[in-house]
Design a protein around this ligand. Structure first.
Ligand code: BJW
Length: 252
């Protein structure tokens, strides 16, 4: 089937029309059209001298806590100013279409929730949420603290340094979220992998778990990724065009 803006293969439409259990994995590409830079895009301005991989680790934080805190403060500000785009909004609609629907995101920007996802089934945040803060020492969420001019600020309970509640390299993912994501991948009939480079583990293994369990895997990405060759369907283009086109193709 051809929609006006974006070609959607007819077998995919038929498959989705009869699907009972759908799982979706999103990555930074879904927020790109909201103006949030993807993780592996070149850093801009102030941060152009740093690779994100060198800032998103506990080791980097311990080495230079002020630098890492300020990078996250800059990014928090950026995502708070961003607005959900047509890809986020199409996923809100898709959540209503299937008896079981699981949205698993690697994104920390809260844009799925702001768009309205999570009303029927909770959004699974694999890598945390940049809008939350936790104590580096105790790992507990901290809702408020006293500003003393120190950067990063200190935990009101133990005096440890505060940090964003995100998952850095070499840190374990939240156990319940990861378990729920594995189960959704294992049990779905259709798995959509959208806007992710598919190189960060363990999230990158989820589509393969779905494939092994017999699901059809759909990749939406303007670029090729390690998943592209294995995917059942590839919608090669921006998520902000492909997802609304998919949604309208499903509408009788
Ligand atoms: C568009 C688009 C448009 C553009 N539309 N698309 C097994 C093998 C090898 C290594 C490992 C392994 N297991 C663990 C590791 C190590 C490591 C890892 O994976 N390393 C790899 C780099 C090799 N993994 C970990 O360390 C993980 N922890 C772990 O496994 O712990 C085990 C443990 C157990 C017990 C004790 C201790 C440890 C943790 C990974 C955490 C990742 N964290 C980050 C930072 C989050 C906070 C922050 O935002 O700062 O998460 S890294 C970064 O990558 C971020 C992202 O969520 C994640 C994925 O990136 P994503 O979303 O794919 O973005 P990009 O930029 O890579 O790609 C964007 C894509 O969009 C591109 O493809 C574009 O083409 C596309 N695109 N415009 C659609 N309009």
């Amino acid at each position: 089937m051809l929609t006006e803006q974006f070609p959607i293969p007819w077998p995919l439409v038929e498959l989705l029309r009869s699907a009972q259990r759908v799982a979706v994995l999103t990555g930074a590409g879904v927020s790109a059209e909201s103006g949030v830079p993807t993780f592996r895009e070149a850093q801009t301005g102030l941060w152009s001298n740093y690779r994100p991989e060198e800032l998103a680790t506990p080791q980097a934080f311990l080495h230079n806590p002020r630098l890492v805190w300020e990078w996250y403060a800059w990014r928090r500000n950026l995502v708070l100013k961003a607005e959900p785009n047509p890809a986020h909004l199409a996923l809100v609609e898709l959540e209503q279409r299937f008896p079981h629907f699981t949205l698993i995101t690697q994104n920390v920007d809260n844009l799925h929730q702001r768009a309205g996802s999570g009303k029927r089934f909770p959004v699974i945040e694999l890598h945390g949420n940049i809008l939350r803060t936790k104590c580096f020492e105790e790992n507990r969420e901290i809702a408020s603290w006293q500003e003393t001019g120190e950067t990063p600020p200190r935990c009101p309970h133990c005096g440890g340094m505060l940090r964003p509640d995100v998952v850095w390299f070499n840190e374990p993912l939240p156990e319940q979220a990861l378990q729920a994501a594995w189960e959704a991948a294992q049990n779905c009939q259709v798995f959509l992998s959208i806007g992710t480079s598919g190189i960060v583990q363990p999230a990158a293994s989820l589509p393969y778990r779905a494939l092994d369990a017999g699901a059809a895997v759909v990749e939406i990405n303007p670029d090729e990724t390690p998943l592209t060759r294995s995917a059942t369907f590839v919608l090669s283009g921006p998520a902000g065009q492909a997802l609304p086109a998919l949604l309208s193709a499903l509408t009788p």
